[in-house]
Design a protein around this ligand. Structure first.
Ligand SMILES: [Cu+2]
Length: 107
């Protein structure tokens, strides 16, 4: 009897988690902006640029790649201003240039 209850609880928890994952997946219609970053010389720079991009209003996540001198900014509802993104990077002491903008529909 106890075993059966445990299985039932386990199953419902599993279902709830599965729903949560699939539901949030449906909402993540993300848009991505690709950047070329200038002036990065080490991983500390990567951190600086990442932080700078993440402080801009509307940015969901920012990922900076040292190897390719590039950065990718993800946003969802509100599009961050391109000018604000570039200015934030410049304020941190680096250069930024937009390479491309992709929405999931473009792919
Ligand atoms: Cu550095």
């Amino acid at each position: 009897m106890k075993m059966k209850t445990a299985i039932l609880i386990g199953a419902s928890v599993f279902m709830a988690v599965a729903c949560l994952i699939s539901c949030s997946e449906g909402k993540t219609e993300e848009t991505v902006i690709d950047f070329k970053i200038e002036g990065m010389t080490c991983n500390h720079c990567v951190e600086n640029v990442t932080k700078a991009l993440q402080t801009v209003e509307g940015v969901d996540t920012a990922v900076v790649y040292f190897e390719t001198d590039s950065a990718v900014v993800h946003y969802k509802d509100k599009k961050p201003s391109e000018e604000a993104l570039i200015k934030a990077v410049e304020k941190a002491g680096y250069g930024a240039e937009i390479v491309s903008e992709l929405t999931p529909r473009d792919k």
